[in-house]
Design a protein around this ligand. Structure first.
Ligand code: PLP
Length: 227
């Protein structure tokens, strides 16, 4: 059995400087996070708010962790997400963005926000289809309190590597176009894409953050809510 340290060393050997490695610790205990932290990881991704808050309490002594929310965000959890996370990767529709904007102003907490997009049709995922994001950009640009930093995507299972490459590339191109048209109101310097199975293709297409779970911590018990 390989250890977290060995897994991390193997992954790090394949990613360039400047690509942020996010360790997706959902379903794994606080002790696993502490082990990865001991190997220098500072960015952790969680997909359930309550589970994350419990681990954050256990790990309160590790004050320089950046917590990333990567699960589906229900509106009634928006306040908790803003309060407990440094990044929210899954802002997936306009009404949620506007709610986060209002709450950001009230709470004085402004984590970095990514817009979740779908470069291929996928009924099992949330997010803007790339072709419908454009219509909402002017309204998103008016969310003045929201610290929007880029796009995030999760691809459907079962694509060929050519389809994966094209989907990541389309996401990168869209981000660049938005940046050109809307910066500084909408900054698009971050691209969160790539997981254990497809991250090399994501990096080749310009990912700035990859989200690795199984590749670091090993297999999870089966669990697949709509994301
Ligand atoms: C679980 C999850 C990951 C990590 O997936 P692995 O296949 O374990 O690397 C990445 N991103 C999101 C949004 C996830 O829910």
């Amino acid at each position: 059995m390989t250890t977290i340290a060995e897994n991390l060393a193997a992954i790090r050997a394949t990613i360039p400087d400047g690509v942020r490695l996010l360790a997706v610790s959902k379903t794994f205990p606080a002790a696993a996070i502490r082990a990865a932290y001991g190997e220098g990881v500072r960015d952790f991704g969680e997909s359930r708010i309550q589970e994350a808050i419990a681990k954050q309490a256990d790990l309160a002594d590790l004050t320089d962790i950046q917590w990333h929310f990567i699960g589906h965000l229900q509106s009634n959890k928006a306040k908790k997400a803003l309060t407990h996370f440094d990044w929210i990767h899954t802002c997936d529709h306009l009404a949620l963005a506007q709610r986060l904007d209002r709450l950001t102003a009230q709470l004085g907490k402004s984590p970095k926000i990514l817009l979740q997009v779908k470069p291929c049709p996928d009924p099992d995922k949330y997010g803007w289809p790339l072709e419908s994001l454009g219509a909402d950009l002017p309204a998103l640009a008016q969310c003045q309190h929201l610290n929007i930093q880029g796009l995030m995507t999760i691809l459907p299972l079962g694509l060929t590597s050519e389809e994966i490459r094209q989907a990541f590339q389309a996401t990168q191109t869209t981000a660049a176009q938005i940046h050109n048209q809307f910066s500084p109101a909408l900054t698009m310097t971050e691209l969160s894409m790539g997981m254990s199975g497809d991250y090399p293709l994501a990096i080749a297409a310009g990912a700035t953050m990859i989200r690795i779970g199984r590749g670091i911590f090993g297999d999870r018990p089966p669990f697949s809510p709509k994301t």
